[in-house]
Design a protein around this ligand. Structure first.
Ligand code: WT7
Length: 574
């Protein structure tokens, strides 16, 4: 029997769970927004401009800090700056519905560009700064992005001459505009901003119009562009209010980068829709830097990932005593399984339960959570958000008995559900093979009280240090190497990173395996795709297990690796 921990937050925003789950209606949430009556909607207006019509005008919306910068922006500042950026986009001719991509390290300019893009009704496409050329190319090509905001440092990774749709590149920071620019026009962000007016007309859009495109990975194929629409704000608003429990005086720190969905849904939209103060910290993870950040900014609500908590745990409890973390009142975790031990450790060292919750890029917002108003069970992801119906289904789409493992599915139609996989209707439809249900790809059990327990992925998707990596993308890169004939990539369990990426490769005729070659292949992926997608282990084999039709059997490699039974091998070739 699992342990139950009573809620410890004083006066949470969310009423007691059972009561609110029974009576909840998304239609009521819409009434918090004036578009409920006017029909005029734009996420950037609701997140920022609306607050400038109230006393929050001069409230700090964004605290930004990194090794070099330490800045504050009020809601009024963000309104003005995003208006300026909207005017820059209008001047260069960006229209509603076009894709504007953002590829840069964390900085205030990302948030300004993101809001400005949304203000003109364009679709924002954030890219994680660690992406290398292949990853950048795939995403810009698939989305036919017409504009890109990036930095001079990252520009060499953008093959703009081979991207005919990419007409405009806006450079943030000091640097030279390339001479040989082909058909792409270059602009200097600061210069354009200086010339732009602070007044801008908002492009009022339909609630079903495109807002943001986040690329994510599956088991097969190139990364998929998951499209979210303005209507998602209903979910962002209510989940941030109840799960993050944001209140007027909070300083909220979401450690996720805006290149990933957590960094936009809960690093931008959710908190600002609630008029909360957001802290963004640039730079890399280090236990000292993170604790110093909490201390210095008096962070009250902190959202991070299991990998970070495990690394903080590994850094030792002594470290915690060096910092004043007494401002913290609520801690949350998302993205991979949060082991019960980490929850118990958190209670011991921070005096607070770490609240696990569950969702995915495709779901746009939180769907299952441990709430501040509800007892939590360490090791469980929590219970369905009000208005959300969760079920564990078997392979035919029938509900399994409580406690039995099956496919984690959600009744389709919640406000922030993805609306499209960009240019890939077939992939989109694969998520909805059981009529009326969204299939997550996760395996889970549900107990008698509706708490959901994660059991693993139902496919070959890898979660490494909180980042989702599709094996196909890594394999495609590996086979580009002249020595590699075939490649298969799996996730291998790791105590700190959750999983690490392990690659199995076979070599071309006549080549000898060596340690040097294995090392070279790791670097090849690191430099060509992304550091987080590079295999930590490479095993060179004479051949890879395949089906008779020639498909490499990742599950067999994984079973061999883990010393587990291989299951049905009847389709394997001799
Ligand atoms: C996959 C989605 C949540 C946004 C960030 C990740 C895994 C997510 C949990 C959790 C165990 C989790 C699932 C899911 N996952 N939350 N609380 N416990 N696993 O979004 O990159 O789209 O990844 O992350 O496997 O399918 P994502």
């Amino acid at each position: 029997m699992s342990q139950i921990i009573a809620p410890q937050t004083d006066k949470p925003n969310m009423p007691p769970y059972e009561e609110v789950y029974r009576n909840f209606d998304w239609k009521e949430v819409e009434k918090n927004f004036s578009w409920h009556e006017t029909g005029k909607v734009n996420m950037a207006y609701e997140a920022i401009d609306r607050h400038t019509e109230t006393w929050r005008k001069n409230k700090v919306a964004l605290y930004y800090s990194d090794a070099k910068r330490n800045e504050k922006y009020t809601f009024q500042d963000l309104k003005d700056l995003s208006n300026q950026f909207a005017n820059v986009l209008r001047k260069i001719g960006v229209q509603k519905g076009e894709r504007v991509f953002l590829f840069m390290p964390r900085s205030p300019e990302i948030y300004v560009s993101l809001l400005g893009t949304i203000k003109v009704g364009a679709i924002a496409g954030p890219l994680f700064e660690a992406f290398m050329e292949q990853a950048v190319r795939d995403r810009l090509e698939n989305s036919d992005a017409s504009a890109l905001v990036t930095t001079p440092e990252l520009l060499p990774r953008v093959p703009y001459k081979e991207l005919p749709a990419l007409k405009h590149i806006i450079l943030v920071g000091d640097g030279e505009i390339p001479n040989d620019d082909g058909d792409t026009k270059f602009y200097i962000y600061q210069k354009e901003m200086n010339e732009a007016s602070r007044e801008a007309e908002i492009e009022w859009v339909d609630r079903e119009d495109g807002l943001i495109l986040h690329y994510t990975s599956g088991s097969t194929g190139k990364p998929k562009g998951v499209l979210h629409v303005h209507n998602a704000m209903i979910q962002h608003y209510q989940t941030a209010k109840w799960v993050l429990d944001l209140k007027e005086d909070d300083i909220f720190w979401c450690t996720a980068d805006p290149g990933w969905v957590t960094g936009t849904s809960y690093g931008v939209f959710g908190p600002w829709l609630n008029g909360a103060s957001n802290l963004i910290r640039g730079g890399r993870f280090s236990p000292d830097d993170w604790y110093a950040t909490i201390e210095k900014h008096r962070v009250t609500v902190w959202l991070s990932a299991p990998t970070a908590f495990r690394r903080l745990m590994a850094a030792g409890d002594e470290k915690i005593k060096e910092y004043d973390l007494s401002s913290l009142r609520h801690i949350l975790s998302v993205g991979e399984p949060l082991n019960a031990e980490v929850v118990h450790w958190g209670r011991r060292v921070y005096g607070l339960s770490i609240h696990d919750h569950w969702w995915m890029t495709e779901t746009g917002g939180m769907l299952i959570a441990n709430y501040p108003s509800m007892p939590i069970k360490p090791g469980s992801m929590g219970r369905a958000f009000p208005g959300i119906e969760v079920a564990i289904l078997d392979n035919e789409g029938n509900e399994v008995p409580r406690g039995q493992m099956g496919s984690l599915c959600i009744k389709a139609g919640w406000p922030s559900m993805m609306r499209k996989i960009w240019k890939n209707e077939k992939k989109y439809n694969e998520y909805f093979q059981f009529p009326g249900w969204y299939i997550s790809g996760d395996l889970a059990t549900m107990d008698e009280e509706g708490y959901v327990w994660f059991q693993g992925r139902d496919d070959d998707v890898i979660m490494t240090s909180g980042e989702r990596v599709g094996p196909f993308e890594v394999e495609s890169k590996l086979v580009e190497h002249p020595a590699v004939a075939e490649a298969a990539v799996i996730g291998k369990p790791d105590p700190v990173r959750g999983e690490i990426i392990k690659a199995f490769v076979s070599l071309r005729e006549g080549l000898e395996k060596s340690e040097e070659l294995a090392e070279e292949l790791k670097i090849f992926v690191r430099k060509g795709l992304a550091a987080h997608a590079a295999p930590r282990e490479v095993e060179i084999r004479d051949s890879l297990p395949k089906t008779r039709s020639g498909k490499i059997m990742r599950r067999v490699l994984k079973a061999w690796e883990l010393g587990l039974p291989t299951g049905d091998l009847s389709t394997m070739e001799e």
